[in-house]
Design a protein around this ligand. Structure first.
Ligand SMILES: *Cc1c(COP(=O)(O)O)cnc(C)c1O
Length: 395
């Protein structure tokens, strides 16, 4: 068995990359190497491992990675379609390290207004104290982004669709404008995963995933990934090494196990999410469903052009209702957990107020926004649960 070939589909890559081949007695999954110390038979062997050209892949010390880490990194890189992958202790760590690696004091950053809230907070606190200025931009800006690029703009950050408000972005237009001005582009692609959108193939330099969500897929691991090609790899390596960031081998093993079924799980999340979203869009308690795969959704055209699928996370704008009615609806649901995160096998629901996290384009709607994650349960059971909930909301 020699692993995936050029031309193989993603599902094949997922099943075959990052395995031990004929090593490890033919055991299918790579073993979990618990390592801090690694010993060498001689001083020459030590020197060769730490200073050799393959030093990135040499096993020299636990913090620098083990074959368990390399297997996961290779498997993620295989579905990103290009570049090399680093794994970080959380999605937020992947975001912050990526930004630090492309920005210096005095630089300017363009950040999408619909970004994940902790990403904004990182810019408004840490980057600010480093004298890095952030300008938030309208996710729908398209080629108009060129007007916001200043002489000291060094990085542009995208996230599409936003994980709370679900606005799409024209990634090829935006990255093209950025590259004309030699601005690095970074994208949080957690919603689509590399299966449904490949950032590096659409002009993005640095692709970021919260592995915690769909790749982990079972609500039991925190991790992030960064995938890029040169010249970004050396800067990313610099920051990761000097900050001493590393993840545990057991978590790598869990993430790799999650990744093996990503294609099959996403197909189900997509089908159930769409079925529930379509059902909700016909309910009179709902003013709008925010789901890029719905035909009449703003941004649907971009989604259809650039993405190959939709995950199970979407938003719902309720018609104005009281706090009590909202609580009656949500608290009484039997199959939807009330909680943050998403991408696991289970359905979730959580209210959000985007007004607090928007500055470039104020969020103006009168109704509440609730975010739904369609899990792997039977879609008809999810619909029945929501139907009973909406009946409680209406009375
Ligand atoms: C959850 C999330 C993150 C952060 O990931 P963690 O692993 O929780 O740090 C980043 N971006 C998006 C879109 C997310 O949903």
């Amino acid at each position: 068995m020699s692993g995936p070939k050029k031309g193989h589909g993603d599902a094949t890559r997922i099943a075959h990359t990052g395995r031990g081949g004929t090593r490890h007695h033919g055991v299918v999954n790579p073993p979990v190497y618990h390592a801090s110390t690694v010993t060498f038979p001689s001083l020459k062997a030590l020197k060769d491992a730490t200073e050799g050209t393959q030093s990135d892949r040499a096993v020299t010390y636990g913090r620098r990675g083990t074959p368990t880490h390399f297997a996961l990194q290779d498997a993620i890189a295989a579905i990103e379609g290009a570049g090399s992958t680093f794994v970080l202790p959380s999605g937020l760590a992947a975001i912050s390290v990526s930004l630090l690696s492309v920005l210096n004091p005095g630089d300017h950053l363009l950040m999408v207004d619909s970004a994940y809230a902790p990403t904004r907070h990182f810019c408004d606190t840490v980057l600010r104290t480093l004298a890095i200025e952030t300008t938030y931009y309208d996710p729908a800006i398209g080629a108009g982004i060129a007007k916001l690029i200043k002489s000291n703009t060094r990085a542009l950050y995208l996230e599409a669709p936003g994980s709370v408000t679900f606005e799409m972005q024209d990634v090829p237009e935006i990255t093209m404008a950025a590259h004309v001005h030699r601005v690095a582009t970074l994208m949080d692609n957690t919603w689509a995963t590399p299966l449904f959108f490949k950032p590096l193939a659409h002009g993005v330099d640095i692709s970021i995933q919260s592995v915690t969500k769909y790749i982990g897929g079972h609500a039991d691991v925190m991790m992030g990934s960064i995938t890029a090609s040169e010249p970004w790899l050396s800067r990313l390596r610099h920051w990761i090494n000097h900050l001493g960031l590393c993840v545990g081998p057991d978590d790598c093993s869990l993430a790799l196990r999650g990744l093996r079924t990503l294609d099959a799980r996403l197909a189900r999340h997509q089908a159930s999410g769409l079925k529930v979203a379509e059902w909700l869009s016909n309910r009179r308690e709902i003013s709008r469903v925010l789901h890029p795969a719905l035909v009449n959704y703003t941004g649907h055209g971009i989604w259809k052009r650039d993405f190959t699928g939709a995950s199970g996370l979407f938003g719902v704008l309720l018609k104005p209702c009281s706090d009590e009615a909202l609580a009656d609806f949500v608290d009484g649901l039997e199959l939807f957990g009330i909680g943050y995160s998403w991408g696991g096998f289970e359905s979730l629901i959580v209210p959000h107020d985007p007004r607090a996290i928007r500055t470039a384009v104020p969020w103006q709607t009168s109704g509440r926004l609730i975010r739904i994650h369609a899990g792997l349960e039977d879609a008809d059971d999810l619909i029945a649960d929501l139907s009973a909930g909406l009946a409680r909301l209406a009375t």
